[in-house]
Write a protein that binds this ligand. Structure first.
Ligand SMILES: [Zn+2]
Length: 408
């Protein structure tokens, strides 16, 4: 790291910052810009008496935004020589320490800034917000929460405080509080939070389901669907609760809604539909679901489920004909692999030639390890379904990976 630090953790005069440090300044600049913009909106063209951000600092951020890292480096290095006591430079350093995981140093900087002489109330709020971020990163969630609740009273920090509060309540799995904070944020923020609040309601529904309180679970699932009719998780939950109440026909109808709302999630419910169809002794209900699902989804596992169903129903010839046609028309390796598998299983004497076995094994290897789930936002991959991505913490961005290899 190019930046050398003095005894108090601050850069020594004349030292040059590493470009990576400069990149890390950006989030603070965004927040500072946001506060500035908010203030400008409230006060029109009149600037407050508070000292504006230093001109070199703003210039460096502009250079960074245009990927002119060398220019930004020159400006900030000069700023460190001339203004190393300025509030924004110290705040930037605090942010950098926090992002490097040096939370103690970040906290020390921010705590020392609070008691600084001449600091304006708005600057103090900015420092307190940074301190709340330090506590959040350090896992001191109660302390962070208390600071943010205090800061949220000020209109300038309301949105930013609520945003971090939602994250804190998510970490604590305090869903009721998360709902309240997200609702408040939804009213003043720029992005709609109804889909996220629907996920919090689903968390409460699942908690109630585990506790055996089906009425509460149903109420929560319905609330989630009112917030977001495309919420696959709420649709799946609603169907499960109907099936638990013995209303299998309604459950299948609910899960079939995914055909219109979220076709990529249809395979997630195919086993549930099959079980409910069996409970109703209505095999056609499952067959009908699969046909409707196959018509709107590219997930080849649905076709394989249909072939399996035909085989289990003693309709082997129909299953083979279906797989043959599907493999031919769509060039599907999955279809061909299953066809070869059926032929091998139907040939206990081993008359099927070794070449067939070889083809089946090669196709199987090509298809292996391609199943699982993937986040549409950050690309995180895993073997199990997460409603909140473990990588980027976004909700409802994880979908099944399509296990598809086309031969044509
Ligand atoms: Zn992600």
């Amino acid at each position: 790291m190019g930046l050398k630090l003095g005894p108090e953790g601050f850069p020594r005069k004349g030292e040059v910052m590493d470009p990576i440090w400069l990149l890390l300044l950006l989030p603070l600049a965004v927040l500072s810009g946001w506060v500035g913009a908010k203030r400008s909106r409230q006060q029109g063209v009149h600037r407050s008496a508070a000292k504006p951000l230093s001109e070199p600092y703003v210039r460096s951020i502009n250079f960074l935004a245009n990927d002119q890292h060398d220019e930004a480096l020159d400006v900030l290095a000069k700023a460190l020589e001339d203004h190393d006591e300025s509030l924004e430079i110290q705040l930037a350093l605090g942010t950098l320490f926090r992002r490097r995981g040096e939370i103690e140093k970040a906290t020390q900087i921010h705590q020392s800034l609070i008691s600084r002489a001449g600091i304006t109330p708005e600057q103090k709020s900015l420092v307190l917000f940074e301190l709340a971020n330090d506590y959040f990163k350090a896992g001191l969630l109660d302390r962070a929460e208390n600071l943010l609740l205090e800061l949220g009273v000020s209109e300038n920090f309301r949105e930013a405080s609520l945003r971090l509060l939602v994250q804190i309540y998510e970490s604590e799995r305090e869903w009721e509080r998360a709902i309240a904070a997200a609702k408040a944020l939804d009213k003043i923020g720029s992005e709609p939070l109804a889909p996220q609040i629907a996920q919090f309601q689903c968390e409460m529904a699942e908690r109630a389901l585990v506790a055996g309180d089906y009425a509460e679970a149903k109420d929560r699932a319905i609330k989630a669907l009112k917030l977001n009719r495309n919420c696959a998780r709420a649709i799946i939950l609603r169907g499960r609760l109907q099936a638990l109440a013995g209303k299998h026909g309604q459950a299948v109808a609910t899960w079939t809604r995914l055909c219109a709302e979220r076709p990529e999630m249809l395979h997630e419910v195919s086993r549930l539909v099959q079980t409910s169809a069996e409970s109703m002794e209505d095999a056609e209900a499952y067959l009908d679901f699969l046909r409707r699902a196959i018509a709107v989804s590219t997930d080849e596992r649905l076709q394989l489920s249909l072939a399996d169903f035909l085989l289990q129903s003693g309709r082997a010839e129909e299953a083979e004909a279906f797989l043959r046609l599907w493999s031919k028309e769509h060039g599907s390796l999955s279809g061909l692999h299953r066809l070869l598998q059926i032929r091998a299983e139907g040939d206990p004497t081993g008359e099927v030639s070794g070449d067939y076995q070889l083809m089946r094994n090669v196709a199987g290897r090509l298809l292996a390890d391609r199943s699982g789930y993937e986040c549409r936002f950050c690309g995180f991959q895993g073997k199990s379904m997460h409603w909140q991505c473990p990588g980027c913490r976004h909700w409802d961005t994880t979908i099944p990976k399509l296990n598809t290899i086309k031969l044509s």
